[in-house]
Ligand binder design. Structure first.
Ligand code: ATR
Length: 288
């Protein structure tokens, strides 16, 4: 393995823009790959307040950036600011990856759904979207990416369950506006347990189960033991939901892989190498 200890004046530069940005694991993640592949490049945290995000994004070509990742709460601002959107970002209404094109234009993409699907495929190779109904808990930004990715991958039915029903309905209306109306049903929070009946996949996209938060309040009795259970929370790695699912025999997939896999397309576009997701990378990112 070739390594570089420092960057040169020719270094390729990218980063991650968010507010706050101090907790982002992306600099460690891309930094690991840059060192692993011996690339003369840098990936820096960019703390950008929402009111200055448009200005900061537009400055990327002038600063010579190859592009950047965008994280909360700037993904929708990035969506409105870039010059070109790929199909996935258009449908998700959010941009998490910006690439500065050869012509200096800002190209917006969204790799969150890709990361979600790639993680499931890596952790549970027997799972396919066509296997059966998917139950998605939550209706925030992460849920949006997950639902679009599941529909794109061929899920026959997505049952969307959110504490605040109106938010789930809003998500479905937004999807309908971009031509993705079929296949999603909104389920009331009080009916969440029965929504698990016959499901092939259960995904938690809420903050419940995260360190410092209560566990997701969802009895698993009705869930087939063959269903894959995925929590996109990765601190802790084994959430109460995953522990309970594992104990009753369900195949499970953790959340860190979604973060690792969503980073691949950006790294390839900015630095020219297709990076690999490994257990060593996962450990390194989680240590930070
Ligand atoms: P993100 O964009 O990262 O997905 P978010 O927009 O803050 O995050 O969404 C958080 C999700 O967790 C929402 O679906 C939220 O439900 P509400 O829309 O009802 O707020 C869900 N959530 C947060 N606290 C919850 C709780 N105590 N019980 C159930 N769901 C909860």
């Amino acid at each position: 393995m070739t390594t570089v200890d420092s960057i040169s004046g020719k270094a390729k530069v990218a980063g991650v823009m968010g507010w706050p940005i101090g907790h982002s694991r992306s600099p460690r993640l891309h930094g690991f790959w840059l060192r692993q592949y011996g690339i003369d490049g840098a990936y820096v945290p960019l703390a950008v307040a929402p009111e200055r995000a448009e200005q900061a994004i537009r400055a990327l070509p002038a600063l010579g950036f190859r592009g950047c990742n965008v994280t909360v709460p700037l993904k929708e601002i990035a969506f409105r600011t870039v010059d070109r959107l790929d199909e996935t970002a258009r449908r998700m209404g959010a941009v998490n990856t910006i690439v500065v094109g050869d012509d200096g234009a800002l190209e917006g993409g969204n790799t969150d759904g890709f990361g979600f699907i790639e993680n499931l495929r890596a952790e549970q190779p027997d799972w396919t979207a066509e296997s059966g109904p998917a139950v998605v808990i939550g209706a925030g930004g992460a849920a949006r990416a997950v639902v679009v990715a599941l529909l794109d991958a061929g899920a026959p039915e997505v049952r969307l369950v959110n504490r605040t029903r109106a938010r789930a309905e809003e998500l479905v209306a937004d999807l309908a506006a971009v031509g993705l109306s079929g296949g999603v049903t909104v389920v009331d929070w009080v009916s969440r347990e029965t929504a698990l009946d016959g499901a092939a996949l259960l995904v938690n996209t809420t903050t419940q189960g995260m360190a410092g938060q209560p566990a997701l309040d969802l009895p698993l009795r009705a869930l087939p033991v063959t269903a894959v259970v995925n929590d996109i929370v990765y601190v802790p790695l084994e959430t109460p939901l995953l522990a309970e699912a594992r104990a009753r025999g369900n195949p499970v997939a953790g959340g860190i892989g979604m973060l690792l896999h969503q980073a691949r397309p950006g790294f390839k576009a900015w630095f020219g190498v297709e990076p690999q997701v490994t257990a060593e990378l996962s450990r390194f990112v989680l240590e930070g």
